[in-house]
Write a protein that binds this ligand. Structure first.
Ligand code: DAT
Length: 182
């Protein structure tokens, strides 16, 4: 695909953003993480001694950053939906599978719980609705798909002209883990 498009790949940690981004990258599509963008533009805060992370001033980053290169760029990270992008892909994952993925990653019990609960209550959709995000959005359940299958699903959606994905209608039909048998 060689359209001038900026795409955010967002989702709870562990839903597969990095894995999907690697596939985009392998297809010669430019990929950058929100953290790298924040570093580049000077919007990374102080180091948090408790977990070694650095806070990102996402609202300032969002004000400053825009996609002005030609071609496609993928911005990945769980805050990427706050950026001024043309389309947003939200990755989801069954909380039980997510818990497993995060435990394997060596996250603390508290961090596993916080992230699993965020996914369970569809926290990301609440955020999109609260901030009235305008870009088209598309949700992909990664629970039982490998990253290649997730990529294929994403590409089919992105190839639409124009890209479809109204926030309210998609939020209404989004996965609700609390309603489904998980
Ligand atoms: P994120 O970048 O959202 O934190 P990740 O890409 O690092 O997530 O993936 C977290 C873990 O889950 C990692 O061990 C790989 C695995 N994983 C990612 N996508 C997957 C998928 N579609 N199917 C199975 N496992 C997947």
């Amino acid at each position: 695909m060689d359209r001038d498009l900026s795409i955010a790949i967002t989702g709870t940690p562990g839903t597969g953003k990095t894995s999907l981004s690697k596939i985009f990258s392998s297809k010669q599509i430019k990929v950058i993480s929100v953290k790298e963008l924040a570093e580049e533009l000077g919007f990374l805060g102080e180091l948090d001694a408790s977990d070694g992370s650095r806070e990102i001033d996402i609202h300032r980053l969002s004000d400053e950053w825009e996609h002005n290169d030609s071609g496609m760029v993928v911005v990945e990270g769980h805050l990427s939906h706050f950026l001024d992008v043309d389309a947003i892909i939200i990755l989801r994952c069954n909380p039980k599978i997510l818990q497993n993925r995060l435990e394997k990653r060596g996250y603390s019990e508290q961090k596993v719980r916080a992230n699993t609960e965020w996914e369970l209550v569809s926290g990301l959709w609440s955020e999109l609705l609260e901030f009235e995000i305008e870009a088209p959005v598309f949700e992909i359940d990664t629970s039982n798909k490998n990253p290649e299958e997730v990529y294929e699903e994403a590409i089919v959606w992105l190839q639409q002209e124009p890209i479809q994905g109204g926030l309210i209608e998609n939020a209404e039909k989004a996965i609700d883990w609390l309603e489904s048998k998980i």
